[in-house]
Design a protein around this ligand. Structure first.
Ligand code: NAD
Ligand code: DAU
Length: 352
């Protein structure tokens, strides 16, 4: 039996990963350490919360005593580290918490893993692994041509991506200096059920259903490379099991779309299936995001060649699954958009 410490497992991708792992593996236990910030939601884990292989711990990855205690009490074999402040617009307003959680929180986990797993100088218990779940945003922005490879120099622009790049470098430092067995994954934009509606796709679905304006930043021609969340989970599982220690793996769907194309796709589907008055008149081109990266595009040849990963869900299927999920879970949306979300929305979009 292998025990995995998942951090941030109540968030969008972390919760999908836990469900994916329990569905595909009988012989694992998962300890989920999550602070339950605005983005963490135990409702996302309802389907597995009673599974005897699962344990939830409410706490902060920055709490060193708590983290090292978990390694002692649960005999952790591997860490899959999702916990983070993840939203670029929030990082532009409040960078401090991004440095605290994303950089210092990662350092706290690295120290605990090293202390628990080290058996001698440069020697570790067999089978242990620390997976840092990172982002393509650490590479900065692309022009019209080319893709991010694992050798693309780091050039983060937002406080969010700078904090993720700093964490990645600390993970690399622990591999280079102490030989800690690590992998870093860098994935493009995820979409799917349970994504918090501060992110483009669920925000647009939510606004359109309420006939509220759809705030498209700048000209809307920025490009993102969209990947269905379960395909990301499958890639992380493959890296956890078979990734070569010390290696970085890029993950992406070769599915580049402009933001305005995404918004129009959502409107077209909702107009056809829900309410014909949901249409493009709801679109508003608002003030651009500060330091907005123009284009992301991932070259995932390495993970495909080394580990055999390829995405399974095409965008046309994935976006319909996603919109249908939000249509069937309006009560989830209502709960997560009450309270703090209202203040956030007013602060970010009120003046735009
Ligand atoms: P999310 O914001 O939905 O969830 C983050 C989770 O981390 C929440 O459950 C939150 O409660 C928890 N958390 C925050 N601070 C914490 C702390 N100090 N201690 C413990 N838990 C804490 O994020 P997400 O979109 O699921 O992203 C997960 C990870 O994947 C992040 O590291 C992010 O950088 C990375 N990533 C995200 C995407 C994407 O498109 N969403 C793409 C590539 C990489
Ligand atoms: O690329 C991976 C990254 O993708 C992850 O590391 C981040 O955690 C995740 O949040 C995401 O970052 P983005 O900034 O690309 O995602 P977001 O959904 O915030 O925005 C996607 C694009 O849509 C971006 O170009 C900004 C634009 N946008 C976003 C919002 C919320 C708008 O035009 N209007 C909006 O209201």
């Amino acid at each position: 039996m292998v025990t995995i410490l998942v951090t941030g497992g109540a968030g969008f991708i972390g919760s999908a990963f836990i469900k994916y792992m329990f569905k595909n593996h009988g012989d694992i236990q998962i300890v989920n350490l999550d602070l339950l910030t605005y983005a963490g939601n135990l409702e996302n884990l309802k389907s597995i919360e009673k599974d005897e292989r699962y344990r939830f711990v409410h706490g902060d990855i920055c709490d060193r005593e708590l983290v090292s205690g978990l390694f002692k009490s649960s005999a952790i074999d591997s860490v899959v580290h999702f916990a983070a402040e993840s939203h670029v617009d929030r990082s532009i307003r409040t960078p401090d918490v991004f440095v605290k959680t994303n950089v210092l929180g990662t350092l706290s986990l690295l120290d605990a893993a090293k202390a628990a797993w080290q058996t001698g100088e440069d020697a570790y218990k067999p089978g242990v692994k620390f997976v840092q779940v990172s982002t393509d945003e650490v590479y900065g922005s692309l022009g019209a041509e080319g893709f991010f490879t694992e050798n693309t120099p780091l050039d983060p622009h937002s406080p969010y991506s700078a904090s993720k790049a700093a964490a990645d470098l600390m993970v690399k430092a622990y591999a280079d200096t102490y030989k800690l067995p690590v992998n870093i994954t860098r994935c493009s934009n995820n979409y799917g059920p349970y994504q918090f509606p501060e992110k483009l796709i669920p925000l647009m679905i939510n606004n359109a259903l309420a006939h509220k304006p759809l705030p498209v930043y700048g000209d809307g021609l920025q490009i993102r490379d969209w990947l269905f969340v379960d395909d990301h989970c499958k890639a992380i599982e493959m890296v956890l099991r078979n990734g070569r220690p010390g290696e970085v793996y890029n993950i992406g769907g070769h599915n580049e779309r402009t933001n305005i194309t995404i918004v129009k796709t959502i409107l077209e589907y909702l107009g056809r299936n829900v309410d014909a008055s949901i249409d493009e008149t709801l679109i508003r081109n608002v003030q651009d995001r500060k330091g907005h990266d123009r284009r992301y595009g991932i070259d995932s040849a390495k993970i495909t060649a080394e580990l055999g990963w390829t995405p399974e869900t095409g965008f046309e299927t994935g976006i319909v699954k996603t919109i249908d999920w939000y249509l069937s879970n309006k009560d989830w949306m209502e709960r997560v958009t009450s309270g703090e979300y209202q203040h956030y929305y007013e602060a970010v979009y009120g003046g735009k």
